[in-house]
Design a protein around this ligand. Structure first.
Ligand SMILES: [Zn+2]
Length: 293
């Protein structure tokens, strides 16, 4: 299909906008219009306001209090969301922060093991672990005051297993700050929300990260129009089939209700749960001492 035809089809999907042939240059890329098509005018206005004024999330202080001066582990990342100017700036408040990533080289970044985790220019680097987020065997029980994770757990084939590990490495009353994509605002919008029962099945079956159970559903229902970074359906499909290597696939699909149910099942009572632009579900939870370790 020619670029012009693709652009035309895309433009015809823009409700309320006049017909536009992508072959005609307007001095900017058609991709610039995608947020307007996908999220609508209100989203664009809110996002522009937030970015222009570099505003953090409302109630930012509540998040800061969970990490200020404390020792933490980020699983996945580092993420712009936690940097100064991001939605929830936290990096500059932590006492220290270590990181774990499943591989030295991911499609997002390179990670060298050792004291190499650079998350803020105002803080010394933390320790980088090259381990699975669901298998923190190098880390002692109760080693951290808080765990951060932003848009990582949807890539896990066994999120309850990962949460069990994160709970283990937290001190009693340690905090979790968890961000997941809200499926209705992402390329997953055509997929059904995963059930808690399914996550429990994965946990009880010991599902491993090379699991491809969800691949057929993903190849059928992934909205490639909302995923320009994927580089087209062919590339996306190839990458997904080799997911154990790349981990780009969203194994499971979340909405706020599932996030709450999953955290409670993992013995993480939820303290705060909200959504935020552009596509975040944000939860904070605490390792309650009511539950045995
Ligand atoms: Zn699954």
């Amino acid at each position: 299909m020619s670029r012009g035809l693709i652009a035309r089809r895309r433009s015809q999907g823009l409700p309320g906008l006049p017909y536009f042939d992508g072959e005609i240059s307007l001095g900017f890329d058609m991709h610039a219009l995608r947020p307007l098509r996908n999220y609508g005018f209100n989203y664009c206005l809110h996002r522009a306001y937030q970015v222009a004024l570099r505003r953090p999330i409302l109630g930012h202080r509540r998040y800061v209090n969970l990490v200020a001066g404390k020792r933490g582990l980020e699983v996945g990342g580092p993420r712009a969301v936690f940097r100064q100017g991001g939605l929830i700036p936290l990096y500059d408040f932590v006492g220290s922060l270590d990181n774990c990533n499943f591989s030295a080289q991911t499609i997002w970044a390179e990670h060298e093991s050792g004291m190499t985790f650079q998350f803020s220019e105002h803080k010394p680097p933390g320790r980088q672990y090259g381990v699975e987020g669901g298998d923190l065997r190098d880390i002692a029980d109760g080693a951290y005051d808080f765990v951060l994770s932003c848009h990582m757990l949807e890539h896990s084939a066994n999120p309850l297993r990962a949460l069990q590990e994160w709970r283990r490495v937290l001190k009693p009353d340690g905090s979790l700050v968890l961000l997941l994509p809200n499926k209705s605002m992402t390329f997953d919008h055509k997929r059904p929300v995963t059930s808690l029962a399914h996550l429990v099945e994965d946990f009880e079956a010991g599902t491993r990260e090379d699991d491809l159970t969800h691949l057929p559903e993903i190849l059928r229902l992934h909205d490639i129009q909302r995923d320009p970074e994927a580089g087209g359906y062919e590339k996306f499909s190839e990458r997904s089939k080799r997911n154990a290597e790349f981990r780009g696939m969203h194994q499971h699909v979340f909405d706020p209700a599932l996030v709450r149910a999953m955290l409670e099942r993992a013995k993480f009572p939820v303290e705060l749960l909200r959504t935020a632009y552009p596509n975040h579900i944000i939860a904070t939870a605490r390792k309650s001492s009511e539950f045995p370790v």
